[in-house]
Each structure stands twice: as structure tokens, then as C-alpha cells.
Unconditional design. Structure first.
Length: 147
């Protein structure tokens, strides 16, 4: 029986043994390090998403939300259709806010959000609140209406 032992007698053999040893040690370390970095990035993305949701929730005035819900509650018995419309407008407004990922949105989307907000406020305050909008159709990105 013969046992084969690599005896690096030439510089080439010694270099190959050294290279193989380095590769055997560094490759698992590199793989582990890449996995650790990827895990860290995923955790940072989760934190960023949570912060975005926090920021969005702070954009919505809690008093407005509570007052709107109180208005809906009082309208449920007397004016059910109006309360349904308020619920739809509020949910559309909240959905739009949560869907927004960019810091900048088209003006027409912002105007739609303002319209929903104002519609809710007009219903809440009745004839006490008068809304007048003077928006150039070209600026708003909407087609001009011709009468």
C-alpha cells in the first residue's frame, strides 16, 4: 500500500497548494459575508418601508380622520347614501396616500386628493364652507372642457 503525499518540491507546486488553501478558506468567508450584507439590506428595506408608512400616517391629520368618522357615524341613520359616499371618498384618499411612493406626484393626482378632502369637508361643514377652484386646465394636466 502506497500513501500519496503532495510534497511541494517545485515553486509551482507550492504556489498551487497555497492557492488551493487560500481559495478553500476565503470562498466560504466571501459567501457568508455576501449573505450577511444581503440580509442587512433586506432589514434596512423593511425599516425604510416602516418609516414610510409612519411618515404617511403622520401626514394625515388625526383630527380630520376622527372628525370625518364622527360625521359618518352621525350620517349613517339620517343620510345613509351620504355616509357611504363619505366612506368611499375617505378610503380613496387614504388609499392614494398609502400608494404614493414618490416624493413628487403629478399635479392632477394631488388635485384629485385635494378634491376628495374638500368634498369631505363640504359635507361636514355644510353651507358654512364654500369652495371655489380656479385651476387652468393646461396646468392641471386635464383636457380643456369646451362648452
Amino acid at each position: 500500500m502506497r500513501i500519496f503525499i503532495l510534497d511541494p518540491t517545485t515553486p509551482f507546486q507550492a504556489a498551487m497548494v497555497l492557492l488551493a488553501t487560500v481559495l478553500c478558506i476565503t470562498t466560504p468567508i466571501k459567501i457568508w459575508n455576501n449573505a450577511r450584507i444581503e440580509h442587512r439590506l433586506q432589514e434596512q428595506e423593511k425599516l425604510l418601508d416602516a418609516r414610510r408608512i409612519d411618515a404617511l400616517s403622520h401626514q394625515i391629520n388625526p383630527h380630520f380622520l376622527f372628525n370625518t368618522l364622527a360625521s359618518i357615524s352621525s350620517l349613517v341613520r339620517t343620510k345613509p347614501e351620504t355616509s357611504r359616499m363619505l366612506i368611499l371618498k375617505l378610503s380613496n384618499m387614504l388609499r392614494r396616500r398609502l400608494r404614493q411612493q414618490d416624493h413628487f406626484i403629478p399635479l392632477r393626482e394631488e388635485l384629485a386628493s385635494v378634491d376628495e378632502y374638500l368634498d369631505i369637508e363640504v359635507i361636514r361643514f355644510g353651507s358654512q364652507l364654500q369652495v371655489e377652484k380656479d385651476i387652468d386646465a393646461d396646468t392641471a394636466g386635464r383636457p380643456r372642457c369646451r362648452a
